[in-house]
Design a protein around this ligand. Structure first.
Ligand code: RAT
Ligand code: ZN
Length: 433
């Protein structure tokens, strides 16, 4: 019989296992330097519309913090247009002043900036951003990616590659090797297909894949060709969308046909999962741009219907509303072709991560993906995974202690095996399944 660990030893073993285990981050908005960077750095090559975001000014102007600063300096005092006209550095100074200096940085997004800078060895205790700015300006973007991945202990970064976004799409067209950085994997992001079919059809037609506003055989065929083309071109490892709370399947509308005749057949034929992130109501305050989206209650039964009716397809799913989490976890118990992942965006806060992760372990054991980072700024990998590892560790230590009390010898080797499933294995095995 293996030796069992005591509760204190369990806690220490879980913390060690989580720290040692590298993460395969299944959903980020990060890019390698080949996509350009607007951030001042060592070799000086700046691309104002570049997609690789990193450094202190980007961290401080994360859209979560833009929403927070407009709470304390409302648009009646600083009009939205005036904020958007400021340089990145001026925006960062404004946010730093109002969210870090004039009141304490205790929201999760503020705390994230502090954890990140601290783990990078940068001291902001004198309340100044200048030394950090100087330090970042001396970094080489590619070497800096290695450094961040090492500190965060992340071994692979999954991008989000929206093919209907002209800035991104043109970069893929200009350089077929733009996605070749081995540290990054591509994901074909296709929101317009489900959020705005007529608009998507118009664009695909312009790009040589003739599609009409209704889905006749020719249109379905061309839309499938479009998807296959981009899956191959990006070497995408799955396809993804974010969907509004109102999304339903089936609806008896064109959305059903897009699923049934276009997306799902291509995913099934290529063995690729389809990721659905459900519950984002976009631009409830359009003046805030990316920071203006919010959450709404979604329909888990629509996910159930898809998983049941398309057993040849694999689905990743996460939902934005706290109120959906229990039903979605129960739905996940019913379908081997459904993989639950992450605490997304507005539920990516410590109190909710703790509650959601605890409930998921109780319902699903080790068979889900507890977190993704959703990092938009490279450096955020550091705090997102630091905070998540700590919270996952608290839940796991408690659950292993419960098993030990019930007479099950808990060993360090088995804790390490499970932690590997949580931080990378469940994701990789689901892709390979
Ligand atoms: O979390 C975020 O940064 C959101 O703005 C979204 O990008 C969301 O994660 C998404 O992938 O749609
Ligand atoms: Zn995202």
């Amino acid at each position: 019989m293996p030796d069992t660990l005591t509760p204190t030893a369990i806690q220490a073993a879980v913390t060690r296992a989580l720290a040692d285990q590298s993460v395969v981050d299944m959903h980020t908005h990060l890019y390698p330097p080949s996509f350009g960077t607007p951030v001042p750095h060592a070799d000086g090559k700046i691309d104002p519309a570049g997609l690789m975001l990193w450094g202190v000014d980007e961290l401080v102007t994360y859209h979560y913090l833009i929403a927070e600063v407009f709470r304390v300096v409302p648009a009646t005092k600083l009009p939205y247009e005036q904020f958007w006209r400021m340089s990145k550095r001026e925006q960062a100074d404004h946010i730093w002043k109002h969210l870090f200096i004039e009141r304490s940085p205790i929201s999760e997004a503020c705390r994230g900036v502090l954890t990140t800078l601290k783990k990078l060895g940068l001291d902001v205790s004198d309340r100044s951003l200048e030394p950090a700015r100087k330090w970042f300006a001396q970094q080489d973007p590619s070497k800096y990616i290695d450094k961040v991945m090492e500190i965060a202990n992340v071994s692979s970064i999954t991008m989000t590659n929206p093919v209907f976004d002209d800035n991104e799409r043109n970069r893929w067209l200009a350089n077929p090797r733009v996605g070749d950085d081995p540290r990054f994997k591509a994901v074909l992001r296709i929101d317009p297909l489900l959020r705005d079919w007529p608009g998507a059809a118009r664009k695909m037609s312009e790009w040589g894949f003739a599609c009409s506003p209704t889905i006749d055989d020719k249109t379905a065929d061309n839309a499938r060709k479009f998807l296959r083309h981009w899956i191959d071109y990006q070497k995408a490892i799955y396809l993804a969308v974010s969907l509004p709370p109102e999304w339903r399947y089936p609806t008896g509308t064109i959305g059903d046909e897009v699923f049934e005749k276009v997306i799902l057949p291509v995913c099934a034929e290529r063995g690729l999962p389809f990721a659905m992130m459900i519950g984002s109501r976009l631009r409830v305050n359009p003046s805030l741009n990316d920071a203006g989206d919010m959450v709404g209650y979604s329909d888990v039964q629509s996910v159930v219907g898809l998983c049941r009716d398309f057993p040849q397809n694999k689905f990743f799913c996460t939902m934005l509303a706290r109120e959906n989490q229990h039903e979605l976890a129960v739905a996940t118990r019913k379908f081997g072709n459904l993989m639950l992942f992450g605490c997304w965006w507005f539920v990516n806060n410590p109190s909710l991560i703790d509650e959601i992760t605890r409930m998921r372990v109780e319902l699903l054991g080790t068979s889900f993906i507890p977190q993704h980072s959703d990092a938009r700024i490279l450096d955020q990998l550091i705090y997102k995974w630091d905070h998540s590892r700590e919270l996952i560790g608290l839940v796991l230590a408690e659950k292993y202690a419960d098993a030990a009390r019930a007479g099950w010898p808990v060993t360090e080797a088995e804790i390490r095996r499970d932690v590997k499933l949580f931080l990378q294995g469940n994701f990789q095995d689901f892709l390979a399944r």
